[in-house]
Design a binder for this molecule. Structure first.
Ligand code: NA7
Length: 561
């Protein structure tokens, strides 16, 4: 169904989408179907967002592949075959390119177009968007799909940039970088570090893993998907998508209604051994007894179980202890999916360095210098330094664009003490600016394609509504914004995950800001978030102020403008 566009303004385009990743591509498709004028800009030279950038060896997702795809087109579902249960980055990027080609999306996307600034022009009811290079685009509505983890962060350490070898962040891995036979250091053991370490360990001459806090991992259980399995999966797509719609994170895993205390210790251990050993992916934290992720006692017991499994896998007891997190329980931060990570530390060419005991003093021309204390140092000679040091998560992609809303207020300033959003899709004072992926949105914490489908579908229905009703100004109400932040804070607080030093809560030691927890993500679950968005549509958008051109004119006249 197409809609009649309300073109009352001097706009270059009605809907400008920032980002051509999983979210931006789907939103583009849906708006093209509606028949409105739409353009996508992306700073990269190609589409795919996260899957365009993260080309480091070993990069793959830990969502089951068949759940990490769009569900909107039966034809697409029929035509695409997944090769692995957890697809590696090249396969995912190929999938997104296949989608773009199939639906002829590329001609609506401008690549190498990095948005530098966006200014709200109240008189014109337009966003004036400035790209690097100076081009300006006037858009009625701006839809943000810049991703959650698209601004990499580096250690603030002396000498970075002076190294004569190759320095790279996992996010910026050069296409021609082959580490075979090289002396490599990886800094960071989050999900990216765990993957790259495991992949390169047996190819490199030496691997030095520089770890601050250890991170919990769960065996991924990856397998190939053969033709028979693919046919079986394809025949079950309806049930798989329906099932994922009902789970909190949009995965195939669902927290067990049974509490750990409802069963005997023997039963618990048998269950956990099965989850650990038999290829259940993220089930160890997403499909476990529900109290293990909510209550300190059950979480401690589960953590001890996983710690023991690590001890069984790592030969050197001191190294094993270093790899067992001591600052948080299992699942209290994003758990990394692993495939042989711990066995890497049994190799002779691999060394684990505890940065908490021996911090990096400097990056030198030849490698990394550690501070051993008492004025002593140790130089590690290297060919390649890999920063797997994370991202200015969630708000970083917004902060780096100079968004200026009503009265010239900067979004970065408004969010200086932490983001505040209206139902995760808007910030008050920034009319006609929508966040499809951003702080306090359900899309951020779900299996990504499942999460963004909810918010893109809402956005598409909202566009249809705005065009049908002649809405030219759409802005979140401040009272609704405050209520949403409070609600998110409260509901997140039920999970242990909300209390750890994780990027989920705004923690990043590489940023120049205080380390107090921020309400970055929504942990209330995808079904609840979907219902909340639907309520807005059903009840006539009570959390937002919607105005037609006449209403805007009347309001201006009333205000004596
Ligand atoms: P993460 O999960 O933020 O991990 C970053 C890692 O880098 C983590 O181990 C950090 O240790 C470490 N780090 C960060 N800064 C430093 C410095 N300055 N020195 C040493 N070590 C440092 O990022 P990932 O890319 O692994 O994963 C991000 C998401 O991508 C992941 O959650 C998945 O959703 C996919 P710390 O914990 O701060 O002690």
């Amino acid at each position: 169904m197409t809609v009649q566009t309300t073109r009352t303004h001097d706009a270059d385009v009605d809907y400008l989408i920032i980002g051509a990743g999983v979210c931006g591509l789907y939103q583009l498709h849906q708006l093209l179907e509606l028949g409105v004028s739409v353009r996508v800009v992306d700073s990269n030279a190609g589409l795919g967002g996260t899957w365009y950038n993260n080309r480091y060896p070993g990069c793959r997702f830990d969502s089951e592949s068949y759940t990490y795809q769009y569900s909107f087109s039966q034809e697409l579902l029929d035509e695409w075959d997944w090769k692995e249960r957890f697809a590696p980055q090249p396969e995912t990027l190929s999938y997104l390119e296949f989608v773009a080609d199939k639906f002829d999306l590329r001609r609506h996307i401008t690549f190498n177009a990095s948005v530098q600034a966006a200014e709200w022009l109240e008189d014109d009811l337009l966003w004036l968007v400035t790209l690097a290079g100076g081009e300006q685009v006037r858009a009625r509505f701006v839809l943000c799909a810049m991703g959650l983890l698209s601004v990499p962060t580096y250690p603030r350490v002396e000498g970075r940039g002076t190294f004569r070898g190759v320095e790279t962040h996992t996010f910026d891995w050069p296409e021609d970088l082959d580490v075979t036979g090289k002396r490599v250091a990886v800094i960071g053991t989050g999900a990216s570090g765990v993957q790259v370490i495991t992949d390169v360990a047996d190819k490199v001459a030496s691997l030095t893993v520089l770890q601050r806090d250890a991170n919990w991992c769960a065996p991924l259980g990856n397998q190939e998907i053969d033709a028979e399995e693919m046919a079986r999966l394809r025949a079950s797509y309806d049930e798989i998508f329906a099932w994922c719609r009902d789970t909190p994170a949009g995965f195939v895993h669902r927290p067990d209604r049974v509490l750990s205390t409802d069963v005997t210790r023997e039963e618990r251990l048998a269950h956990w051994n099965d989850l650990y050993d038999n290829g259940h992916g993220a089930a160890l934290y997403m499909g476990n007894y529900r109290d293990t992720m909510m209550e300190a006692g059950p979480n401690k017991e589960l953590s001890e179980f996983v710690a023991d499994r690590i001890r069984q896998r790592v030969k050197d007891p001191e190294v094993a202890e270093l790899l067992i997190p001591k600052d948080h329980g299992f699942g209290n931060k994003r758990v990394a999916g692993e495939s042989g990570f711990y066995e890497v530390f049994n190799q002779d060419n691999v060394e684990l360095v505890d940065l908490m005991a021996h911090p990096i003093q400097a990056v030198t021309e030849t490698g990394v210098r550690l501070d051993l204390g008492n004025g002593e140092t140790r130089d590690i000679e290297l060919d390649v330094i890999v920063y797997a040091t994370g991202f200015d998560a969630v708000t970083g992609p917004f902060d780096r664009i100079d968004f200026r809303g009503v009265d010239g207020v900067r979004l970065k300033d408004r969010w200086a003490d932490g983001p505040e959003t209206c139902v995760g899709v808007q910030a008050t004072g920034f009319p006609n600016l929508f966040m499809l992926v951003g702080p306090q949105s359900g899309s951020a914490t779900a299996n990504f394609p499942r999460g963004i489908e909810d918010v893109v579908n809402w956005m598409t229905d909202t566009v249809r509504h705005m065009e049908a009703e002649g809405i030219v100004r759409f802005e979140g109400r401040r009272d609704a914004e405050l209520a949403w932040v409070e609600h998110v804070r409260e509901i997140n607080g039920l999970l242990l995950l909300a209390h750890s030093k994780s990027w989920f809560n705004g923690h990043n030691i590489n940023l120049d800001r205080d380390d107090k927890p921020r309400v970055m993500v929504y942990l209330g679950g995808a079904p609840r978030y979907r219902r909340r968005l639907q309520e807005e549509i059903d009840q006539g958008y009570p959390s937002f102020e919607l105005r037609t051109a006449d209403e805007v004119a009347a309001a201006k006249a009333g205000a004596g403008v």
